[in-house]
Write a protein that binds this ligand. Structure first.
Ligand code: SAM
Length: 233
């Protein structure tokens, strides 16, 4: 379970109504049962239920079961698409270990409304689901120009360019161990102007994701898998 509070030896953790309902009504747990808890910062803790009723409860931290792991310094930057597919991208990015998720507004982005709080909640669920101890941060949407104007050149950019479909990936020869970001465009792809600008950046690596033009959500998962294979640990 995820909670947004510090965790440490002897710490007690009050449960909100949703968590209490899940543990005591859905999972049929009670006093004395063990629950694994994490907050995204302090690793995973073994806790015990010390109070339980239908709408509330308390857990007590008994020991660290898994220390906070190192999270690769990988950002996923994507142009928002339809709600369900944006949810999918964020969920999969969290499962695959992205450290930060940034919605970006490009020339052809056709879905600019993004509920960051909702996406952040998906990250928590994804981390709970896959046993991670880290919850990625979802940033507020930003325009591509502003993002690039503020870019730290030490961070390498895997620029997923659909116009290269079928061509070769430029990731060969790239050194691991640096901070990275993956950039995925919107349903309409990148404009010629954006493509020209991105290709001219010294830290950008234009990449093909294979011979077919993938949907943006598929492309995000394929790009993260490719990054993990070539550069991840
Ligand atoms: N119209 C489809 C949709 O509804 O999602 C296709 C979208 S595709 C243009 C969206 C983004 O996925 C592109 O901007 C690019 O970042 C990435 N992408 C898709 N296929 C790719 C490929 N073969 N190589 C590189 N990037 C690709």
């Amino acid at each position: 379970l995820y909670v947004d509070q510090p965790l440490g030896q002897g710490q007690t953790v009050p449960l909100d109504r949703d968590h209490a309902n899940y543990l005591f009504n859905v999972m049929r747990m009670g006093v004395g049962d063990a629950v694994a808890l994490f907050n995204g910062r302090d690793g995973e803790w073994r806790t015990e239920v010390v109070q339980a009723n239908k709408r509330a409860g308390v857990l007590a931290c008994q020991g660290l079961s898994a220390p906070q792991g190192e999270v690769p310094d990988l950002w996923l930057i994507f142009a928002p698409i339809k709600k369900a597919r944006t949810d999918f991208i964020v969920e999969k990015a969290a499962e695959m270990g992205a450290r930060r998720i940034l919605p970006v507004l490009t020339e052809f982005t056709n879905s600019e409304r993004v509920r960051v709080d909702r996406l952040q909640a998906h990250c928590v669920e994804a981390a709970e689901q896959c046993g991670g101890t880290y919850v990625p941060e979802v940033a507020e949407p930003v325009k591509l120009d502003a993002l690039l104007a503020d870019w730290d050149p030490a961070r390498q950019l895997m620029f997923c360019d659909e116009s290269l479909a079928g061509g070769s990936s430029a990731l060969s020869g790239v050194v691991a161990g640096q901070p990275w970001a993956i950039l995925i465009g919107p349903e309409g792809g990148f404009s010629e102007g954006e493509r020209k600008r991105l290709r001219a950046l010294p830290f950008a690596h234009p990449v093909s994701l294979g011979p077919r033009i993938l949907r943006a959500d598929t492309a995000a998962v394929a790009a993260m898998a490719l990054w993990q294979d070539c550069l991840g640990d």
